[in-house]
Ligand binder design. Structure first.
Ligand SMILES: CC(=O)CC(=O)SCCNC(=O)CCNC(=O)[C@H](O)C(C)(C)COP(=O)(O)OP(=O)(O)OC[C@H]1O[C@@H](n2cnc3c(N)ncnc32)[C@H](O)[C@@H]1OP(=O)(O)O
Length: 412
C-alpha cells in the first residue's frame, strides 16, 4: 500500500480527573502533528473515534467537532466514528481509505475516551448501555449450557467482585478454552505478569509496577479465572495518527514515516460456538497477511487486544503464531516476552497500559510506530521491521463484533 503513518501522538493513559476529552484530544493531536512536521491547516479530513462518551457524558452527536474545537483545522470534514473498542482502529482505517482514494492527501485519525467518572457505577453503565438486550446470556449460555466450559469452582464463585459484562464473557471464553485445551489459570497469569513487566518501561502506561505470577493468582478475584491484574482497567486517554498518501509524503519527513502493509476491518458474531477455526480474528488476519504478502513468521512485534490476559492467549493462536490451543504453551515458553521470538504487547497491553475504549486502537499504532522507528527505549525490540496490531470491538455471538488488523513496515 502506498500509505504511510507520518506522525503519532498519545497522552499517558490512566485517571485524569482534571482533563476533559477536549484536553486529551488536543494533546494527542498536537503531538501527532508536531511529529509529522505539519500544522493543523495541512489536514484534509479528521476521523474521531470515541465509544462511550454518550453513555457517560450524554454527548451523543458531534463529539469530534467539540473535542477539536480549538484545534485550528480548516473547514474540513470531521467524521465521528463509533465502533465499540475498535473505534480508533476504525477511524484509522477510514483515514487510510480517504487518502488512498485521494479525496485528500493528509488525514488525521483520533481516538479519545474519558471513562473515569466520580461515580464508578456510571463508568460501568457505559458497558451495560452498549450491550444488546439478552446478548450476554446468549454468549455465555452458548458456551456453558452446551457443556463446553470448565465450571467455576464453587468457592471461587463466592469470591467474585463486581465487574463489567465483558469480563463475564471473556471468562466464558476462557472456561471453554480451559476445557477444550487444558489451558490453566497460571498460564493466563503468566501473560498478565509479562505485560505488567513490559509497561514498567512505558511512561504512557496506566500501571507501571511489576506483578509476579503468584501475586496475580492471589489478587482479588474479578470473574473466575480472572483476578484484577488480568483485567483491563477503566481509563482516560487519547491517541492520534497522521496518515498520508504519496503526495502527502512529499510534505512530511519521509525518513520517519512508517508504511502500511495491510488494513483489514471485519465484523464477527456469526460463527458457531464449537467452530473456533472460523473465528473472525483468524479470518481477518488471514486476509491481512494475504494483502501484505506476509505471514506470521515475518512479524517482529504484535500489539493485540488483551481486554483480559486470556484475550492475548487466544489472539496468539488466532493470529497464527501457534496452533489453535497452543496459546498457553506459547506464553509458558517466554516467546511473547521482550527479548523472545515474537514479543506481544511491549506497551503493557490493555491490562497494564490501560483501555480507554475508543482510544485503544491508536495507542497500538503509537506503540508500533515507536517500535519500528527504534525509539522505544528500554522496551525496544531490536531490529523490529514488521509489526501487527489486532483491535477488537464489542462481543457478539462468540467473538468480536468488530475487528481491525493493521500491518506496518519500518522505513527502509
Ligand atoms: C472485543 C473486546 O475485547 C471488547 C473489549 O475491550 S471488552 C473490555 C472493556 N472494558 C471493560 O470491560 C473494563 C473491565 N474492567 C472492570 O470491570 C474494572 O476495571 C474491574 C472490575 C476489573 C476493577 O474495577 P474496581 O473493582 O472498581 O477496581 P478499581 O477501583 O478500578 O481498582 C482497584 C485498585 O486496583 C488497581 N487496578 C485496577 N485495575 C488494575 C489492573 N489491570 N492492573 C493492576 N492494578 C489494577 C487500581 O489502580 C486500584 O488501585 P488503588 O486501590 O491503589 O487505587
Amino acid at each position: 500500500m502506498d500509505i504511510w503513518i507520518a506522525g503519532v501522538g498519545m497522552t499517558p493513559f490512566g485517571r485524569h480527573p482534571d482533563k476533559s476529552v477536549r484536553d486529551l484530544t488536543e494533546t494527542a493531536v498536537g503531538a501527532a502533528l508536531a511529529d509529522a512536521g505539519l500544522g493543523a491547516p495541512d489536514v484534509g479530513a479528521a476521523f474521531f473515534g470515541n465509544a462511550v462518551q454518550g453513555a457517560i457524558e450524554g454527548q451523543y452527536g458531534i463529539r469530534g467537532q467539540i473535542a477539536l474545537r480549538d484545534v485550528p483545522l480548516g473547514p474540513i470534514p470531521i467524521v465521528n466514528v463509533e465502533n465499540a473498542c475498535a473505534s480508533a482502529t476504525t477511524a484509522l482505517h477510514l483515514a487510510i481509505g480517504h487518502v488512498q482514494t485521494g479525496v485528500c492527501d493528509i488525514a488525521l485519525a483520533i481516538g479519545a475516551e474519558k471513562m473515569v467518572h466520580p461515580d464508578s457505577a456510571v463508568s460501568m453503565t457505559a458497558f451495560e448501555g452498549s450491550w444488546e438486550r439478552g446478548e450476554r446470556d446468549r454468549v455465555i449460555g452458548r458456551l456453558t449450557d452446551l457443556g463446553l466450559g470448565t465450571p467455576t469452582p464453587p468457592q471461587a464463585a463466592a469470591r467474585e467482585t463486581p465487574h463489567s459484562v465483558f469480563m463475564d464473557v471473556y471468562a466464558a471464553f476462557a472456561k471453554w478454552h480451559m476445557a477444550e485445551y487444558g489451558t490453566t489459570e497460571a498460564q493466563i497469569a503468566r501473560i498478565a505478569s509479562k505485560n505488567h513487566g513490559h509497561s514498567v518501561h512505558n511512561d504512557r502506561s496506566q500501571f507501571r509496577r511489576p506483578f509476579s505470577v503468584e501475586e496475580i493468582l492471589g489478587a482479588r478475584l474479578i470473574a473466575w479465572p480472572f483476578t484484577l491484574p488480568m483485567c483491563s482497567a477503566i481509563s482516560d486517554g487519547a491517541a492520534a495518527a497522521v496518515v498520508c498518501n504519496k503526495r502527502g509524503l512529499a510534505r512530511v519527513n519521509a525518513a520517519r514515516a512508517v508504511r502500511l502493509r495491510a488494513a483489514v476491518l471485519m465484523h464477527g458474531g456469526r460463527r458457531a460456538a464449537q467452530d473456533y477455526a472460523s473465528h473472525i480474528s483468524r479470518q481477518a488476519s488471514a486476509r491481512a497477511y494475504e494483502i501484505a504478502g506476509l505471514g506470521p513468521a515475518d512479524i517482529d512485534v504484535v500489539e493485540c487486544h488483551d481486554a483480559t490476559a486470556f484475550g492475548e492467549l487466544q489472539q496468539s493462536e488466532l493470529l497464527g503464531f501457534t496452533a489453535l490451543g497452543g496459546g498457553g504453551a506459547l506464553a509458558d515458553s517466554g516467546a511473547t516476552t521482550l527479548g523472545g521470538r515474537i514479543p506481544f504487547n511491549p506497551s503493557g497491553g490493555l491490562e497494564s497500559r490501560g483501555h480507554p475504549i475508543g482510544a485503544t486502537g491508536l495507542a497500538q499504532t503509537w506503540e508500533l510506530v515507536t517500535q519500528l522507528r527504534g525509539e522505544a527505549g528500554p522496551r525496544q525490540i531490536e531490529g523490529a521491521r514488521i509489526a501487527l496490531a489486532e483491535n477488537g470491538g464489542g462481543l457478539m455471538g462468540v467473538e468480536e463484533a468488530a475487528i481491525g488488523i493493521t500491518i506496518y513496515e519500518a522505513a527502509s
